[in-house]
Design a protein around this ligand. Structure first.
Ligand code: F6R
Length: 609
């Protein structure tokens, strides 16, 4: 939530800041702003709306000119999106941008008002600017002012800071909210995430909690809160620049849907040795797996939906009981855990506040923990005892697609190895599962090729509906949850996912003439039951879209539209069947004229509760 950037170097700073912010817009996009030292004075440009609105504004007013500055793209928490609430915010001597939440801002604001400070915005950020100013007036030393300010602040946050008296420097601080320092030739950067700097450098320092960065002519220096200079390990991003560009696609979402076959291969192949799944490089050996009596998969949104598929796979193959929990519920419900429980946290960003809190809680209660995370070095990746990286590369579209796909891949790898370790499947059965998993990327490509137009056509039939249902049984139900979320978050059409057999216990009353019902029916043993449920909605006027395997016979008058998919075993069908659901969501949003990659009210990295 919110993206922050900073730059000191030799290029046109406004251009660098705008370019870097464009790579972080997935973090929030209801307003944007930059501040640049121009001839020794801080010049600010900011605007409600997208980054493109800021650029248009600067085309009229002129962009700030200089070589040092900071920038921000916002997802509002305190105060509505408006020009005034947009960052940067200022004190008399200080200008800042901020990502995160200052939990005690009310108390601090009251104190600062009592000290004669005045406020113009509703933001918690302005409180930090005024507090920094307060301490700067006391010390005349920027780093000391930052240290004292930090001691007063509660919450998680990252800041980029300019002091009027120090036009040769940019300062930054991290507590919890992610922040990196990019290191180029004669230039350095601050950013909330790696894609922002990839165009300029792949080298960066990952700031730890309570570390302060100072960018200047000599490069970047990093200090702790005792004002001690730190020697940090320089990391190199293994993502190339294309990862953060659309590369000819109209949207990141469709690019990322197309990247799924590669993402699955990249994630799965390194975890296969001699035809068997191996997680030993992630610190997970068979003795660890054998010690697990119960599993809790905890996550939010799409990542949680991947966990629901994981539950079916683990319970079916390994016969280990699995609870799937929404992280924001889990963290406040006094979970019952002990050392034989494994808590798996799934997260693309690795920064989701509720998932991180759930992980910390699970650790404090003595459970084993495993993170399944996409972003390297993220908070969840560092906090979890065991870690499996999904290797999807950066996911920029707010609606998750390839991250979900690789989360499923890891769930299967884990289920196969756990079942083998527990003696529930033989080596040859396990090898066969791996062989079938290896075939999935080609089948995903086949679906993208063969179902693109069909999905687009079906989407054109959905877009005028007020509401629709996704139904399925077993794994088809698990997948329906994700299909429904995908559609509603970007097309803004209401939808619900329902276990097909549960409809008649109330929800079927919603079905009226023409209501679209998307029925996922890929599971052989449940097929006839699902068909009966489709007939029930059809008899009440529903327009039915049936997703099924190639070659499966469908009774006449059941489906208005059919999506037919390449076969694999039922267990792996969610990896194939999710693709047309993603495509239908994508085209529904596109046809309704929505901003596909940046849907309203959302942001990708949800670092607030
Ligand atoms: C939906 C979506 C969200 C995320 C959720 C968790 O497309 O992307 O539902 O899945 O906010 O985010 P991570 O995986 O970063 O913890």
């Amino acid at each position: 939530m919110c993206g922050i950037v900073g730059y000191y170097g030799y290029r046109d700073c406004s251009d660098v800041l705008v370019d870097a912010l464009s790579k972080l817009e997935y973090r929030g996009y209801d307003s944007a702003g930059i501040a640049v030292f121009e001839d020794g004075n801080i010049k600010i440009a900011k605007s409600k709306g997208r980054l493109s609105d800021l650029v248009k504004k600067m085309e009229k007013t002129g962009k700030p000119k200089g070589i040092a500055g900071i920038g921000h793209t916002r997802w509002a928490t305190h105060g509505e999106p408006s020009d005034i609430n947009s960052h940067p915010h200022c004190g008399k001597n200080v200008t800042i941008v901020h990502n995160g939440i200052i939990e005690n801002y009310r108390k601090l604001k009251d104190y600062l008002i009592s000290q004669g400070k005045t406020f113009v915005s509703d933001t918690d950020t302005e409180v930090v600017a005024q507090l920094l100013d307060f301490y700067y007036c006391r010390h005349s030393d920027p780093v000391k002012a930052i240290i004292e300010t930090t001691e007063d602040l509660e919450g998680s946050f990252a800041l980029a800071i300019m002091f009027n008296d120090y036009p040769e420097y940019i300062f930054a601080l991290r507590r919890e909210s992610p922040l990196i320092v990019g290191v180029g030739e004669n230039e350095s950067f601050i950013a909330s995430d790696v894609p922002a700097i990839l165009k300029y450098t792949k080298n960066y320092y990952l700031l730890e909690h309570n570390e302060i960065a100072v960018l200047g002519r000599y490069g970047a220096k990093i200090y702790d809160l005792h004002y001690q200079k730190l020697q940090k390990e320089l990391k190199t991003a293994d993502w190339d620049m294309d990862a953060a560009e659309k590369c000819g696609y109209e949207h990141f979402m469709i690019k990322e849907i197309n990247e799924q076959p590669t993402s699955v291969k990249t994630t799965v192949l390194p975890r296969i040795k001699d035809g068997m799944p191996t997680l030993e490089e992630c610190g997970i050996d068979d003795s660890f797996l054998c010690g697990i009596r119960q599993i809790h998969i905890v996550a939010c949104g799409t990542a949680m939906h991947a966990g629901v598929v994981g539950k079916y796979a683990i319970e079916k193959l390994a016969r280990v009981p699995v609870n799937v929990e929404i992280a924001s519920e889990f963290r406040y419900k006094s979970p019952i855990l002990d050392k034989s429980d494994l808590v798996i946290i799934i997260s693309q960003s690795g920064e989701t506040a509720d998932s991180l809190a759930a992980l910390k809680l699970a650790k404090s209660l003595g459970a084993k923990t495993l993170g399944i995370v996409n972003v390297k070095g993220s908070s969840i990746a560092r906090e979890a005892e065991k870690l499996i990286y999904t290797l999807a590369g950066p996911e920029i579209a707010v609606a998750s697609t390839k991250a979900y796909m690789v989360q499923l891949s890891v769930m299967y790898l884990f289920a196969f190895r756990l079942a083998f370790a527990k003696g529930k499947i033989s080596q040859s059965e396990c090898e066969n599962y791996i062989k079938l998993l290896n075939e999935i990327p080609d089948k995903i490509s086949e679906v993208i090729e063969n179902q693109l137009e069909n999905s687009q056509y079906i989407a054109s039939k959905l877009i005028n509906s007020d509401s629709l249902l996704y139904i399925g049984r077993g794994l088809d139900y698990a997948l329906s949850m994700e299909g429904s979320l995908k559609l509603k978050e970007i097309s803004y059409i209401h939808s619900e996912a329902y276990a097909a057999g549960e409809l008649k216990h109330g929800t079927i009353s919603l079905v009226t003439e023409g209501m679209p019902v998307i029925a996922v029916a890929t599971q052989d043993d449940l097929f006839d039951k699902t068909i009966s449920n489709i007939k029930e909605v059809k008899a009440r006027g529903a327009t039915t879209i049936v997703v099924l395997k190639d070659g499966v016979e469908l009774p006449s008058d059941v489906a208005d539209y059919i999506i037919s998919l390449p076969k694999t075993i039922d267990l792996l069908m969610p990896m194939i069947a999710c693709v047309p659901l993603q495509l239908m969501a994508y085209y529904s949003a596109l046809l309704r004229g929505n901003d596909v990659d940046k849907p309203r009210n959302l942001a990708k990295s949800v670092t607030v509760e």
